[in-house]
Ligand binder design. Structure first.
Ligand SMILES: O=c1ccn([C@@H]2O[C@H](COP(=O)(O)O)[C@@H](O)[C@H]2O)c(=O)[nH]1
Length: 279
């Protein structure tokens, strides 16, 4: 088994800075880059992004939906991207948001987290809507193979609070109950547990306790959704050092020039370093 994902992520963020660049090849973005909306265009997009920034950022986050929409040829591009990003030294967080009853969750775990699978990534995103316990096979497989999991808790989209802020019978919000469950799973891990939570960069101050997770926070929503690196402190407070801010469209819009992509990434990295380290 390799080192735990939490350890590898901590080392990568300490070395390269706290930033995850999302690889979201929207049809409109492919067109803007002058690429066809097919697997050939998809592969050119993926190769350009990894060539430009794969050695710069600690984590890249391919959005599975934009590969799946091209069918099996799109999945083949995703498999290749995972290998190229790893060769460039970036961790790969596959944003695939899976979740199901336990016996089926085990199938997802095999697909995305087990050594030998062509789609195995360093970490994946999952949904806890069927209950956090239904994800046990995913957590178990991730931990067995030194991989990680990010569980949706307080997502960046405006529709989320109607579900995530709803109260459970003990008075906690649904999101707080998820976060507390994950905290138990990360107990005692150093420097960081391998079970993370997704908490959007857009959500502002919500009154949730983010201090006990002892794992990483993925913070999507920087840029196109209105979140900023400078706004992260209001969301995360004392938990800021464990935050991995994520941006997709705002960086990708700088392409297809590799130099422009790299420059946009460097600017976001600098802003995130400043935001996370400012006292
Ligand atoms: O709460 C969440 C969870 C995941 N996402 C995903 O992140 C990117 C955001 O893209 P931008 O272009 O930076 O808005 C996208 O793949 C989402 O599916 C999220 O936005 N919020």
């Amino acid at each position: 088994m390799s080192e735990p994902f939490g350890t590898r992520l901590r080392q990568a963020m300490d070395k390269r800075g706290p930033l995850c660049v999302g690889i979201d090849p929207h049809a409109a973005l492919l067109a803007k880059w002058g690429l066809p909306d097919n697997p050939v265009g998809l592969a050119a997009f993926a190769d350009t992004v990894i060539d430009a920034i794969g050695d710069l950022v600690p984590v890249v986050k391919p959005q599975s939906a934009f590969f799946e929409r091209h069918g099996s040829a799109g999945i083949a591009v995703l498999e290749r991207l995972i290998g190229l990003a790893s060769q460039a030294g970036a961790l790969v967080l596959l944003d695939v948001k899976r979740g199901d009853i336990g016996s089926t969750a085990a199938g997802y775990a095999d697909a995305y987290l087990r050594d030998g699978s062509s789609l195995a990534a360093d970490a994946i995103t999952v949904s806890p809507f069927l209950g956090v316990g239904s994800l046990d096979p995913v957590f178990d497989t991730a931990l067995e193979y030194g991989r990680g999991v990010f569980v949706l808790a307080l997502t960046s989209n405006p529709e989320a609070p109607s579900v995530q802020h709803a109260r459970t019978p003990d008075g906690r919000t649904v999101a707080q109950a998820v976060l507390d469950d994950l905290a138990v799973r990360n107990a005692g891990a150093t420097p960081l547990g391998s079970i993370g939570a997704v908490v959007g960069a857009t959500i502002g101050q919500t009154g949730h306790d983010l201090t006990r997770l002892n794992g990483p926070f993925l913070a999507p929503g920087i840029g196109a959704q209105g979140g900023t690196p400078e706004g992260l402190r209001a969301v995360f407070g004392d938990a800021l050092s464990a935050v991995l801010p994520a941006v997709s469209r705002e960086v990708l819009a700088a392409g297809p020039s590799p130099e422009a992509l790299r420059k946009a990434t460097e600017e976001h990295l600098q802003r995130c370093v400043a935001a996370v380290t400012r006292g």
